[in-house]
Design a protein around this ligand. Structure first.
Ligand code: SAM
Length: 287
């Protein structure tokens, strides 16, 4: 009798994560749009904070053949996986990508090809790990100190809305990696309205009954858009702007960078139960 490997053990967790939650072309389109609309600037360099596998950097480098990217993460395993998957087979990309195992709060430029960047990007709400305002401000000041004075942007992906502040489980969403089908489930197991903290998980379930639960867990504090903008201003950004998208069912798989509305005061944006935003700190060119 042969015992076959359960489906949950046949695919890398990082590959499942990328397929389930990442849309790097939307993020890169947003980066391009924001650089153009805010500063009429073409990005030359990207620092991808909380980079994990560097999927966004790989997509960015494909689009900008003369640019460089640096990915920062504490998790060496995810960065090594990303190096093998997205870069190693393509010397054009590989030579322009640097991964560094560093805390985004305390980066050292020694291992980086440049010490100032056109764009610093933090995807998928990762900075919600900072639960104290002092940490948030430290992070923003650090980002500000590593941005190019000739014009640059700090872009944070933020989510919110009443649906994020409840105990709930989303409908399963079908995904596929290397011929293995699976369901991705976003599960919010605790929300504390007094501290604005959320405990959430990513679960994967497979047609053979196997599952990974949780595959990833997140212990976050929600930061509101005005809290983020005020901290960015305090950290020395010239101005801040928001690119906002209310999340409707029809966007589930079809949200593009063009669905985001640019706003500085929120007037005219429609409220959905959940929303995504890119909150942007701008460094204007010094005259
Ligand atoms: C939600 S994942 C984001 C992965 C991917 N960049 C994305 O956009 O989906 C969060 C990542 O942040 C990393 N991380 C958490 N705290 C960090 C810190 N202080 N400095 C650097 N990386 C950190 C974790 O190791 C993890 O890989």
């Amino acid at each position: 009798m042969t015992i076959s490997t359960p489906l949950c053990a046949r695919v890398s967790l990082f590959d499942m994560y990328e397929a389930a939650v990442q849309s790097p072309s939307v993020d890169v389109d947003a980066i391009v749009r924001i650089c153009d609309e805010e500063l009429a600037m073409t990005p030359q360099s990207l620092k991808e904070d909380f980079s994990g596998t560097g999927y966004i950097s790989a997509t960015f480098l494909e689009q900008f053949p003369n640019a460089i990217a640096v990915g920062l993460d504490l998790d060496e395993v995810s960065m090594k996986h990303g190096r093998r998957k997205h870069f190693q087979a393509n010397s054009q990309l590989d030579s322009r990508m640097t991964f560094v195992k560093q805390d985004v709060l305390n980066p050292s430029t020694k291992a980086m090809p440049v010490d100032r960047f056109s764009v610093i990007f933090g995807g998928n709400y990762s900075f919600f790990v900072f639960k104290k305002r002092t940490m948030l401000l430290d992070y923003f000041k650090t980002a500000r100190s590593m941005l190019d004075e000739t014009g640059s942007v700090f872009i944070l992906e933020v989510m919110g809305g009443p649906n994020c502040q409840i105990i709930a489980e989303d409908e399963p969403r079908g995904c596929e990696v290397d011929g293995v089908d699976f369901d991705f489930i976003w599960r919010q197991s605790n929300y504390n309205p007094v501290t604005n903290e959320l405990m959430a998980h990513i679960d994967f379930e497979f047609p053979d009954g196997s599952s990974i639960s949780p595959a990833f867990s997140y212990d976050w504090r929600f930061w509101s858009v005005p809290e983020i903008r005020e901290a960015m201003e305090e950290a020395g950004f010239s101005r801040t702007v928001v690119y906002w998208a209310s999340l409707y069912e029809e966007f589930e798989d079809g949200l593009t960078a063009d669905h985001y509305s640019r706003t500085t005061d929120g007037r005219g944006i429609d409220q959905a139960e959940a929303w995504l935003a890119y909150v942007v700190g701008v460094v204007e060119p010094t005259p």
